[in-house]
Write a protein that binds this ligand. Structure first.
Ligand code: FAD
Length: 608
């Protein structure tokens, strides 16, 4: 009998990613969304690189350039983005070692529209718009979810699991979990509570026809040059006195959108956000020379106001909080329902995407086990919540660091970074760049998490990088594609197989290991050579052997500088022969011998 669907409350980025991730494992879900349409106001603009990678896994990588543009540089300026940055992170290379873009400045409604369109086409996702979830009844085997549609008609669904992806003020945490399980959002790693004025601008380009009086045209500048001068590319953190500012273009270049947000520490409702905004923006868009330093003959020029359309400008109050527990029985929280961040780290959407991606395969395993005890389910979800708590803490640290670099209250570490480390990184050849240092953290995945779902003693917890791979007759594909096996969630790489018997032995081990097929099965096996030109293809009939694609082979595929196939294997560690991998790219365990593999399978069984 097919299990009841998983019900997800909220069709924001977190809920939609969870739904599409569940569909990868052929698990049915129903999303209940209270609104009929997508919120058209772009809120989150920065989409972190690992979240972009998840979007590729979900099959919407080809839409990235419609949703936004690839972030190439993050600049920290002492005051205005007109000044040279004291620290610039160059993100043009493949700094995350994942082939796909390492960060995107996006239009959130376009991201949501793309995810919704994909979910609407999936036979595993059902979206019901205009349905507000109002209550639920939880039993040991499932949850009955009650909702009301826009006409006031009541409906109910029996769900195997209920996931609250209903944002920071959603009902699932506040009305369902807080009263019975005392689940609340609490201050996380640092206490922050601040009001920011956040504006979205649409810029029209001045032209010689629309603005003949401007001196730009006589200086040989084009409208595009003027745009690049006043609204420079990249993302900018600046600190005009007392007002940390985060700003930059978002969306595709031709959308001409600019986000401008600044802290307004003493906000009260008698203040006028739009007036404050102009007072803040005007000096930043007033210039007296072009990018080559040629002075404007007419003196300082402010970018014409009639070319700036304020799409939205209002105060938002931000804090950093995270739930004290992420689930209770069969009700789970993800996204903003579980955690919230100040805007200067751009972590909100990415964290929700990570929650959904890491939860989906666990729910897929649980839904497919014929009988699951509460103990087993709680154990699986606890490992998820431990890992996600570490993820939220890492995002919080990054957010705090950004905040300190762009406002006046820097600690000694930020001061050290700004005044000593940043110049050194530029000056000394061979010094690692900041982005390379960040990769070191990315590689470590969840290794620092106590009680995560991996075998630390067997090299587990690290995160997989990404390269292109191919078979002897196929064309290059992203290596993350090797991790997809329908209802079976985990992957087992056999590295450099030599002959048929090797494969057979592993197949037999999987057949007799007694682990649910939802976790691992013979479908999990992937044969992978570490040699980009295997001297002779091994005698393995009927099975595909993948090999890495060197740069020369994928030149036409728009690869970023720094592409390197060896880093993929490096993350497995020395002497790796068998690698057990979770679908959220975390290595469960690495075995050097067949007997080690058997031991890892036993331990996997104990973990389920
Ligand atoms: C000004 C601003 C700037 C930001 N900048 C960034 C940034 O640069 N980068 C970044 O990553 N994040 C940023 N964020 C945060 C980001 O927008 C959120 O983290 C993100 O939208 C959270 O996604 P979510 O899916 O968890 O929740 P939401 O996007 O809030 O979605 C929740 C959904 O649940 C629905 N819902 C609620 N209650 C019910 C109910 N009872 N029944 C049915 N449906 C319900 C809602 O209608 C909504 O569609 C910013 C936010 C703001 C306000």
């Amino acid at each position: 009998m097919e299990a009841d669907p998983i019900v997800i409350v909220g069709a924001g980025p977190a809920g939609l990613v969870l739904a599409l991730s569940l569909a990868r494992y052929k698990i049915r879900c129903v999303i209940l969304e209270k609104e009929l349409d997508i919120t058209e106001d772009p809120r989150g603009v920065y989409l972190a690189g690992d979240a972009v990678r998840v979007l590729y896994q979900l099959g919407i990588g080809d839409q990235i350039d419609i949703i936004g543009h690839r972030l190439k540089e993050i600049n920290f300026h002492k005051s205005s983005f007109q000044n040279n940055p004291f620290l610039a992170l160059d993100l043009t290379s493949d700094w995350l070692e994942q082939v796909v873009p390492g960060g995107v400045l996006q239009i959130q409604p376009r991201l949501e529209a793309t995810l919704r369109a994909k979910a609407e086409k999936s036979s595993y996702c059902e979206l019901r718009y205009g349905c507000r979830v109002v209550s639920r009844e939880e039993k040991e085997t499932g949850v009955t979810v009650f909702y009301e549609d826009k006409e006031g008609t009541e409906g109910q669904i029996i769900a195997s699991w209920l996931v609250g992806a209903d944002g920071k003020t959603g009902v699932v945490r506040k009305q369902f979990l807080e009263p019975i399980a005392n689940i609340r959002q609490e201050v996380g790693l640092f206490s922050y509570n601040g009001t920011w004025v956040a504006a979205n601008l649409h810029i029209t380009l001045p032209t010689p026809l629309s603005h003949p009086q401007l001196c730009f045209w006589d200086m040989g500048m084009t409208s595009e040059d003027v745009y690049d001068l006043f609204w420079p590319g990249g993302w900018h953190f600046c600190s005009p006195p007392g007002k940390p500012t985060a700003c930059g273009r978002f969306g595709p270049r031709d959308a001409r959108l600019w986000r401008h947000e600044f802290a307004e520490p003493n906000w009260n409702d008698s203040k006028d956000a739009v007036q404050l905004f102009w007072e803040h923006l005007d000096p930043l868009i007033t210039r007296d020379c072009d990018n080559l330093g040629r002075p404007f003959p007419t003196g300082p020029i402010t970018f014409p106001r009639n070319c700036i359309d304020i799409r939205r400008c209002r105060p938002f109050t931000f804090c950093q909080k995270v739930v004290n527990r992420w689930f209770h029985n069969r009700t789970i929280l993800i996204g903003d329902a579980a955690h919230v961040f100040p805007p200067f780290g751009g972590q909100g959407i990415a964290c929700g995407i990570r929650d959904g991606d890491a939860l989906a395969w666990r729910l897929a395993v649980l839904c497919q086990m014929p009988t699951i005890s509460k103990v087993v389910a709680d154990k699986m979800l606890l490992t998820w919540s431990h890992e996600r708590r570490q993820g939220v803490d890492e995002s919080t640290r990054l957010t705090k660091k950004n905040g300190m670099l762009c406002n006046g209250t820097e600690d000694w570490a930020s001061f050290f970074m700004r005044v000593i480390v940043a110049p050194l990184l530029w000056l000394i050849p061979g010094m690692p760049s900041i982005s390379e240092l960040s990769t070191a953290y990315e590689k470590e995945g969840y290794r620092a998490t106590k009680d995560g779902f991996f075998l630390k003693g067997y090299g587990g917890g690290r995160k997989l990088s990404q390269i292109f791979v191919t078979t002897d007759e196929g064309s290059p594909v992203l290596s993350d594609c090797l991790l997809q096996h329908g209802r079976t969630t985990m992957t087992l790489f056999i590295l450099d197989p030599k002959h048929q018997d090797e494969l057979k032995t592993v197949e037999q081990a999987l057949e007799h290991c007694g682990i649910s097929e939802s976790a691992i099965s013979q479908k999990s096996i992937v044969l992978l050579s570490s040699n980009d030109h295997p001297p002779a293809w091994p005698d393995i009939k009927g099975s595909k052997l993948y090999r890495p694609c060197p740069e020369s082979e994928v030149k036409d595929l728009e690869i970023l500088p720094g592409y390197n196939i060896w880093r993929y294997y490096k993350r497995f560690g020395h002497g790796a022969k068998y690698v057990l991998i979770r679908p959220d790219l975390i290595i469960f365990a690495v075995a050097k011998t067949f007997s080690e593999l058997q031991k890892c399978l036993e331990l996997l069984k104990e973990n389920l």
